[in-house]
Write a protein that binds this ligand. Structure first.
Ligand code: SAH
Length: 353
């Protein structure tokens, strides 16, 4: 039986698109042209591909689709940050954020609809994971932000909704598409991937030897505290995670950065700073500190900024590089995943009314 579902061409890497186009009896150069239309000129309509024969356009229209999310909500912060709620073809919504830094525009992409990891401080995971995003859907988040602002996107962080390493194959294809010279050609060194610490997948990623930056969401230097914040720590506790980070650095030659969201009275004491320094000293790793964004229904509150600064200074004194992450877009919506959740709650209320 043949699969009658339309193929989303946005999901195909250039080599897969080439196979697909050849399978249609077309020459390989058509694949390159179509790839450029989708991933460089960012069209979402086959009819806009003016160098393609009419008959091919007709066939593509009948058998294929292109990822074309719609902007359901758009919020712009005073600091220029733009936060989008994007609606996908099946009606699911995700969040995408564009941040303006002196070195260029960075887009923070979601990789799943919801998340299965269950971190207790995170809004994205409260209703669980609905589905994975496809490679083309992830890329289309960047394309939508670039087209909406009319400004080039130069950097990407995979730090939106979802656990990128829990959607490994699609994320790898996305990285190939987005760094392809026939596409937006965003260099791996301008891409950061953040994980809650899925150890086998960190090892698998290391084998790819990509030049991206791996961020590991550490948040606590001991298992009791980390497990209380992140259930994933029960499966991959620190004595597994930290050696995996060291292996990653050795295999790829790239330094890891650790995310550390500071929660009042939980992970922000001087004793925690010492434990953290003992855990990662000598790795040359970098720690990003950020006061936690309090989420409804979570017991956590943020460490005050003064204490964050003291914690940072202690780490530095103990030989660990640390910065306090600048918070952008604080006035438009706090923690990641909150816009999607708000929207779902409003829809539920309207449905009940
Ligand atoms: N699943 C991946 C990437 C998405 S979250 C991961 O866990 O790393 C991106 C970062 O935001 C992670 O470091 C995550 O722990 C952090 N984060 C999530 N909710 C937060 C909140 N309410 N306040 C501060 N940081 C948060």
């Amino acid at each position: 039986m043949t699969d009658q579902r339309p193929v989303c061409l946005s999901d195909l890497t250039l080599s897969r698109l080439t196979d697909y186009v050849k399978g249609m009896g077309q020459p390989a150069f058509r694949a390159k042209q179509i790839f450029k239309w989708v991933h460089q000129k960012l069209v979402t309509d086959f009819s806009a591909m003016t160098d393609q024969p009419k008959s091919l356009i007709q066939t593509l229209e009948q058998t294929c689709t292109l990822a074309a999310p719609t902007i359901r909500r758009r919020q712009q912060s005073k600091d220029g940050t733009v936060k989008y709620l994007l609606q996908l073809a099946d009606g699911n919504c995700i969040e995408t954020v564009l941040m303006r830094y002196h070195y260029g525009n960075t887009v923070c992409v979601s990789t799943q609809v919801g998340c299965a990891m269950g971190c207790r401080f995170c809004a994205s995971t409260q209703a669980g994971r609905v589905r994975d995003l496809t490679p083309g859907e992830i890329a289309s988040e960047i394309y939508t932000a670039q087209k909406d602002t009319g400004e080039r996107v130069s950097h990407i962080v995979l730090m939106g909704i979802g656990e990128p390493l829990h959607n490994f194959d699609n994320v790898m294809d996305f990285l190939e598409i987005i760094s392809c010279p026939e596409g937006l050609n965003i260099g791996m060194r301008n891409i950061s991937l953040s994980t809650c610490g899925l150890v086998p997948k960190i090892d698998e990623l290391a084998q790819r030897k990509l030049q991206l930056t791996l961020s590991v969401s550490l948040h606590a230097p001991d298992n009791t505290v980390r497990s209380s914040m992140m259930p994933v720590n029960d499966a991959y506790p620190l004595e597994k995670l930290i050696p995996a980070c060291r292996r990653y650095q050795k295999t790829t030659g790239r330094r890891i950065s650790f995310e550390y969201s500071m929660v009042r009275g939980v992970n922000d004491s001087p004793a925690m700073a010492r434990k953290l320094a003992d855990l990662i000293r000598g790795m040359g790793a970098h720690v990003n500190l950020i006061p936690i964004n309090p989420v409804d229904g979570s017991p956590y509150s943020a460490t005050d900024e003064e204490n964050v600064r003291r914690f940072r200074q202690m780490l530095e004194d103990l030989g660990v590089n640390a910065t306090v992450r600048r918070r952008l877009g604080a006035d438009i919506s706090a923690a990641c995943g909150q816009l999607r959740r708000e929207d779902a709650q409003q829809a539920a209320q309207q449905g009940n009314a």
